[in-house]
Write a protein that binds this ligand. Structure first.
Ligand code: RNT
Ligand code: ZN
Length: 412
């Protein structure tokens, strides 16, 4: 089907495809650096695992250096329509020096900032509270030892400073997202003590004022992780309350809830109490498995909520998945494009008709509408959008992904 006939088909339903295309092109997705190298990072010291977020798989082509990772990112962005952001973790510093986590500085990330400026890409940031000897107990900001808490508070404060400098250097507020792995494998006696310690540490970390035009604090909750099955200190209730009281963003990771919970349903509820939200778009399979996002019902629901609840201007969309069994660059491209496709489908909905049916309690019409519009030619609009931005789609995209993977597969 040609774009012109697709445009006419949508126009019959009162939907303007040009407006949908134009809107989608303004929505940045924050692509996560850690899909490119299986969450290894570039610290020049023996890596420790931990935190329950290790990638599984051994597909050839993992980026081993910052330059390789940037080359892979350049390729991935060239396959994705629009202009986007990069979400960097502190462990991805690019320097010959070997600062410990409590010694990191903006200069250690300067090559990333230069690259981002050149590419017109915004940066987001994350302190790294895992894969470090001082996180081996799965306790960081809530550790009973004050010295360990202070170490991580220092790391967090430095991360906030670095984020602010990134935001100022690039003229776009950098979200600094805090996720800690803290929790207990087996049932604790004193949850309150641990949660109080986490709160006190966060308060200390967030005490220095920062300019919201440069950086924004976010906190990420979790239901459970490998090794902390009995209790996660930073639970959903903990961070939702904290974000509301302290005015930070709340990060909702789609893999961090009970498997049958609908994360899209949460947006309108938390948005009534919070000015801004951060998303970690992911695909849990039975648990927080961080599979590459598909264009499935969960993603479609997320896109739809962002559009219908008018939350696009106060939601930062970030991705969080890592699969080491497939081409890492293809994973980025597929997952990011799927998020965009979900948003495009939402932007192409005949919302006035749907709302009218719902407001009139005419659920039959609402159901007829939602099911009939599934047959509209969304694919032709997406293909047009890709073509206009000089991005491949369909078979040429697959060829491009294959060719790039063949190139990087020789990495040792
Ligand atoms: C872990 C969290 C967190 C991490 C990244 C690497 O469960 O989802 O967001 O995936 O910080
Ligand atoms: Zn996450």
């Amino acid at each position: 089907m040609t774009y012109e006939s697709a445009k006419a088909a949508f126009a019959d339903w009162g939907v303007d495809t040009e407006a949908a295309i134009a809107r989608l092109m303004t929505i940045p997705i924050s692509m996560h650096c850690w899909q490119g190298d299986d969450v290894n990072g570039f610290e020049r010291r023996a890596a420790t695992s931990g935190g329950g977020i290790q990638a599984t798989g051994n597909h050839p082509g993992r980026a081993r250096t910052p330059d390789e990772l940037r080359a892979d990112l350049d390729f991935a962005y060239a396959m994705i329509p629009g202009r986007h952001r990069l979400n960097l973790h502190a462990m991805y510093l690019d320097t010959d020096k070997t600062p410990d986590r409590d010694e990191i500085e903006f200069e250690h990330f300067a090559p990333w900032v230069d690259w981002a400026r050149e590419a017109g890409i915004g940066l987001d940031f994350n302190p790294t509270f895992f894969a470090h000897p001082k996180a081996d107990d799965n306790l960081t900001l809530s550790h009973p030892d004050q010295g360990i808490r202070d170490f991580w508070i220092e790391h967090g404060q430095r991360s906030r400073d670095i984020a602010a400098q990134m935001g100022s250097a690039l003229g776009s507020a950098c979200v600094n997202n805090i996720w800690v792995p803290d929790g207990y494998k087996d049932t604790p006696i004193d949850r309150m003590a641990a949660r109080t310690r986490l709160e006190t540490s966060l308060d200390a970390m967030l005490a220095p004022a920062q300019d919201p035009a440069q950086m924004l604090d976010a906190v990420e909750s979790k239901l459970f992780g490998i090794g902390v099955e009995a209790c996660t200190i930073g639970s959903h209730e903990f961070y939702m309350g904290y974000a509301i009281r302290k005015g930070t963003l709340l990060c909702l990771d789609m893999g961090h809830f009970h498997p049958t919970e609908n994360i899209a349903d949460k947006l309108s509820s938390v948005a009534l109490s919070l000015p801004q939200i951060l998303l970690h778009v992911s695909r849990p399979m039975r648990w927080d498995s961080d599979h590459v996002t598909l264009l499935n019902d969960d993603l479609l629901a997320m896109g739809q909520e962002l559009v219908t609840a008018d939350l696009l201007d106060r939601t930062r969309i970030g991705l969080d998945f890592f699969d080491a069994t497939i081409s890492r660059t293809a994973a980025w491209v597929i997952g990011t494009r799927n998020m965009q496709k979900a948003l495009l489908r939402a932007l192409l909905l005949p919302l006035d008709r749907l709302r009218q049916a719902e407001d009139g309690l005419d659920y039959t019409t609402r159901l007829m509408l939602t099911e009939e519009i599934k047959d509209l030619p969304f694919g032709a609009v997406w293909a047009e959008l890709c073509a206009r931005d000089d991005r491949p789609s369909g078979l040429p995209l697959i060829q491009a992904l294959d060719a790039y993977q063949a190139k990087v597969a020789t990495r040792g």
